[in-house]
Design a protein around this ligand. Structure first.
Ligand SMILES: Nc1ncnc2c1ncn2[C@@H]1O[C@H](COP(=O)(O)OP(=O)(O)OP(=O)(O)O)[C@@H](O)[C@H]1O
Length: 265
């Protein structure tokens, strides 16, 4: 469960560069709920994820995960609860380590075991099992260096690393944006499978409106540091991209300005 309560973030307060990035966000994700987040440039999407991850503190308001108030906890203190996958497929994995060693590191973060103890026979079986979900054949390449993998394979591995220990909250930060369309589609499918398999509470920022409606069960749109639209259920299930853009225009009073969304249309 994730709950943001009256979350406000002001950058450079009291200076000429003061910028209110979040204007009192109230957002609750139930256990296992998968919410997609869209919005224009500078709407506050990254700031929202950063606030959950603890990359920086909120100016006011609260972040609650599994009924624990983590508002003042730093990112390393939230590492056991929050996993995040970034846009760059090279960011989440260590190129000069093997697939098995990378996965062992992901487990070690929680188990506090040494790396050598991390790659046990039993764990190799678990890694194989997890990797087979991807249907990329990585389960047969446990001892290959990650640097040998393609961008898409690395992002798929990053997703397994982020989900294998079943974090309380999974944050996906435009994690398919840097991939070619075909690979992005594969990673989208893998995301769906892994989130379902582990029943993860997930918040995903995307500029791909089709993906925003395809994944998860609820979509929120942000504008100027606020949630201006929150759709789920039957309404969302029958929604087209045009409907979504139209509703955004009505709710925000202007057309969406996001270079990447516009390029993708
Ligand atoms: N570290 C920072 N210092 C000062 N201002 C910041 C900082 N990070 C973000 N901002 C400002 O906060 C606002 C929200 O930014 P944020 O990056 O969250 O938007 P976004 O919705 O992710 O946009 P985009 O889609 O363009 O990446 C913007 O006005 C941005 O300039």
């Amino acid at each position: 469960m994730l709950k943001l309560s009256k979350a406000k973030k002001v950058f450079n307060p009291g200076t000429i560069n003061q910028n209110v990035a979040l204007r009192g966000i109230d957002l609750t994700l139930d256990e296992g709920e998968f919410v997609t987040v869209i919005g224009g440039n500078g709407a506050g999407k990254s700031t929202l994820l950063n606030a959950v991850a603890g990359s920086y503190g909120l100016t006011t308001g609260q972040v609650i995960i599994d009924n624990q108030d983590l508002t003042s906890a730093a990112d390393h203190q939230r590492a056991n609860l929050v996993s995040r996958v970034f846009q760059d497929p090279l960011q989440g994995t260590a190129a000069n380590m093997t697939i098995a060693e990378n996965l062992a590191l992901a487990i070690k973060r929680k188990a506090k075991l040494s790396l050598s103890r991390g790659v046990t026979k039993k764990r190799r079986e678990k890694f194989k099992e997890e990797l087979s979900i991807l249907e990329l054949g990585l389960e047969d390449r446990l001892d290959d260096k990650v640097g040998l993998l393609s961008g898409g394979q690395r992002q798929a591995l990053t997703l397994v690393m982020a989900t294998i220990e079943e974090p309380s909250v999974l944050l996906l930060d435009e994690h398919t944006a840097a991939l070619d369309p075909k690979t992005a589609e594969k990673i989208t499918k893998i995301t769906k499978k892994l989130v379902k398999q582990h029943n993860l509470t997930t918040l995903m920022v995307t500029h791909d409106l089709e993906q925003a409606l395809e994944l998860g069960s609820r979509t929120i749109m942000m504008d100027n540091g606020q949630i201006v639209l929150d759709v789920a259920g039957e309404e969302r299930a029958t929604m087209t991209i045009n409907d979504l853009l139209e509703q955004f225009n009505q709710a925000s009073g202007h057309k969406i300005t996001n270079d990447r969304i516009l390029l993708a249309q």
